[in-house]
Ligand binder design. Structure first.
Ligand code: CO
Length: 287
């Protein structure tokens, strides 16, 4: 950016450093999904370990669900756009995730849970994000924040509507609170021609993922198509615009932990020894 550019007033605006496309894969008992973070092109974006988008109106792609499996050392965040998913764990907790709802699950020292579709046809669409926990919180007690669709605050600004899942925007605090990495998680709906500037804590890692339409992202107005994730550079805000028709995207940011990561399937710790311990604890039924 040159100093005499008309954009110089946005000198602190973040730019798109790189664009990543997800890879088709399957997980659980055979759910087809697209892995955007946690694959070769983007192994992680500290503190984010994984981002999956699942989207299908063909039951055979999702009906097998995610039968009982463990997690330790991090948080799983499920945000539903369409469909219904039933969550159950080994502590007797159960909840139904419906369109627009979010579940922020802090696995901490360990849970065993299942995530199963509660529909036999129709569209199932949403995201699962994995957020790392700092070393001091990896063995904390498990915690759930189950947020119903109507409990997610919405901010309307110009031609944009922003659902504030976590963090804050437009003076509105998000539905999810008290998370170690101080995450921002916004679901942004831009009508055709709308633009919006979103403040992001300087020093936090951030990305934008377009899940409908196309949007111009950042100080250099990089065009992102549906399915593109833009890794954002440094700065205090990001500008989002939809000059060519309506667009929907998530904007996510968080404080990088800058700690060693030892990862083995659903266990994310700091050292290989802690992974061995996690496997032993799981096998011994200590979750
Ligand atoms: Co899980």
């Amino acid at each position: 950016m040159t100093t005499n550019s008309p954009e110089s007033s946005r000198a602190t605006g973040r730019e798109v450093l790189r664009v990543v496309r997800g890879r088709p894969t399957s997980d659980g008992a055979g759910v087809k999904l697209t892995r955007v973070i946690g694959q070769g092109d983007l192994d992680m974006l500290d503190p984010f370990l994984m981002l999956d988008e699942f989207r299908s109106d063909s039951a055979s792609d999702y009906i097998a669900g995610f039968p009982e499996h463990p997690h330790r050392g991090f948080e799983t965040v499920t945000y539903m756009l369409a469909g219904r998913m039933r969550h159950r764990d080994n502590q007797g907790n159960s909840g139904l995730l419906s369109a627009g709802s979010v579940q922020w699950m802090t696995a901490g020292r360990g849970i065993l849970h299942s995530e199963m579709p509660e529909q036999e046809d129709g569209l199932m669409w949403g995201f699962q994000l994995w957020v790392n926990l700092p070393a001091k919180d990896k063995m904390t007690a498990p915690r759930y924040q189950d947020i119903a669709p109507e409990q997610v605050p919405e901010v309307a600004l110009g031609g944009a509507v922003v659902r504030v899942v976590a963090g804050s925007f437009g003076g509105q605090d998000g539905a999810v609170q008290g998370i170690a990495t101080q995450p921002l998680y916004l679901d942004v709906h831009l009508s055709a021609g709308a633009s919006l500037t979103v403040p992001i804590d300087a020093g936090h890692n951030a990305f934008a993922y377009v899940y409908e339409g196309r949007a111009d992202i950042g100080a250099d107005a990089k065009r992102l198509e549906r399915g593109d994730l833009g890794v954002l550079g440094s700065g205090e805000s990001v500008t989002l615009a939809a000059p060519k028709g309506a667009a929907r995207l998530i904007v996510v940011a968080g404080r990088p932990l800058q700690e060693p990561v030892a990862k083995y399937g659903p266990f994310v710790m700091n050292t290989p020894q802690q992974i061995v311990q996690a496997v032993e604890d799981f096998r011994a039924g200590r979750f």
